[in-house]
Design a protein around this ligand. Structure first.
Ligand code: CS2
Ligand code: MG
Length: 402
């Protein structure tokens, strides 16, 4: 079997997605997600201009060699654009392998290591009361793990709390919006939020929280320590993820488990974090970190150090990535948890899939390959629209990490 054709689809059914379709001379095709929120066209062009010409006529079963060719062969290493493009190819090739062998991808990765994939939902509210109402709503839907974010008194907007009942983190058309931030107000508020959530919902529920890179190591250490009585499943991205050494300070002061990695894209971004046991969960995704071929190696390395996975799974990654993540999560031994943010109706219709949610767990389904498709006709009705993530400034105007 040979790769006969490959094309990049860019569509916006609710938000922008970049999908690579690789077709073989035997009529089998595979899909890969290359979406990089706010920088979609850079990946699309990297794929069309630089990657597709190099993979034509190759054997699609040679996932390892093609991965090495695209990574080492380019000379230039890492980075979200490069690694998302490589991931899109890798995912599509594993999809083809699964279809050619008539088996779901998880069987090619080691088979089922568990019955289902534990996922966490997102609860949020303008204040503590509203956030608790949202926790109750998600519990009623069957979720066993819930990330909780709430508005901060004195701040107009904050990460993880969409305004006016919009879906979580809508793609913002036009140039980036700006909002203001106060670490002091945030640090004073979050322990109160979790004290209330634990009091109202008891000990069984897994609770998570995302700091979204905004703290210094010692501020994160303070927060982790103050959250200890509420036994979080994890405190996510307490500081800028690329500052590996910074996690040492946090670790020395608190037993609250730490997760990071959603903005990182290779083993070299996390190997110190893992080797020194400064984190408990890696958040690397299949899309941004080079696909199955790369993530499997990272997970196996992490497993030696009792570090588990918690793949990033926001709505700005397509259902192709979600499907891929579920195959991966089901198969690897040191799986921790999977983020689940349901896509909107339009996105689900453009990407029909076999995965499903039931009683707090997700299941990739038994369709051969990834079990996800792209309805190209429907996708054409949702053309790309430029959209950006917001930008953050401190109260005095200093640019900050969003
Ligand atoms: C987030 C993301 O899912 C998460 O934990 O941190 O929502 C992140 O902000 C977006 O994926 C950025 O594109
Ligand atoms: Mg996050």
């Amino acid at each position: 079997m040979k790769i006969a054709k490959a094309s990049v689809n860019i569509c916006s059914p609710g938000r922008n997605f970049v999908t690579l379709k690789i077709e073989t001379d035997e009529g089998i095709y595979g899909l890969g997600d290359g979406t990089l929120n706010g920088r979609e066209l850079a990946v699309a062009s990297y794929l069309s201009e630089h990657v597709i010409p190099c993979i034509l006529h190759r054997d699609p079963f040679q996932t390892e060699d093609i991965w090495q060719y695209l990574y080492r062969g380019a000379y230039w290493r890492r980075g979200p654009v490069t690694m998302s493009a490589i991931a899109a190819v890798d995912m599509a090739l594993w999809d083809i392998k699964g279809k050619a062998l008539s088996t779901p991808v998880y069987n090619l990765l080691g088979g089922r290591s568990r019955d289902g994939v534990l996922v966490y939902a997102h609860a949020h509210g303008a204040g503590i009361d509203e956030a608790c109402d949202d926790v109750a709503r998600h519990l009623a839907m069957g979720y066993k793990a819930i990330r909780v974010q709430s508005g901060i008194p004195g701040l107009d907007a904050t990460y993880g709390v969409p305004k006016g009942g919009q879906p979580y983190e809508p793609a913002e058309r036009g140039l980036p919006s700006e909002s203001r931030w106060s670490t002091e107000k945030y640090l004073n508020h979050v322990p109160k939020l979790f004290a209330r959530v634990r009091e109202q919902f008891g000990d069984d529920l897994h609770l998570l929280h995302d700091c979204h890179h905004r703290l210094s190591p010692i501020e994160a250490a303070r927060l982790g320590r103050e959250l200890e009585p509420f036994h979080l499943f994890w405190m996510e991205d307490p500081i800028s993820a690329e500052f590996q050494e910074g996690f040492r300070v946090i670790r020395e002061h608190t037993t609250t488990p730490i997760a990071t990695g959603e903005v990182l894209n290779s083993i070299w971004d996390v190997h110190e974090l893992i080797r020194n046991q400064w984190i408990d969960y890696t958040r690397l995704t299949l899309t941004h970190a080079g696909g199955f071929t790369a993530l499997k190696k990272i997970a196996d390395f992490a497993g030696l150090y009792h570090v588990r996975t918690g793949c990033h799974g926001p709505t700005d990654l397509s259902p192709v990535c979600m499907a891929a993540a579920l195959h991966f999560d089901l198969a690897i031994h040191n799986f921790g948890i999977q983020e689940h943010m349901p896509h909107g109706k339009e996105t689900d219709e453009v990407f029909p899939h076999s995965y499903r949610f039931e009683d707090g767990y997700m299941f990739p389904g038994d369709a051969p390959g990834l079990g996800v498709d792209l309805d190209e006709k429907l996708a054409a009705k949702f053309p790309y629209q430029r959209a950006y993530l917001p930008v953050l400034r401190k109260l005095d105007g200093t640019l900050w990490d969003w």
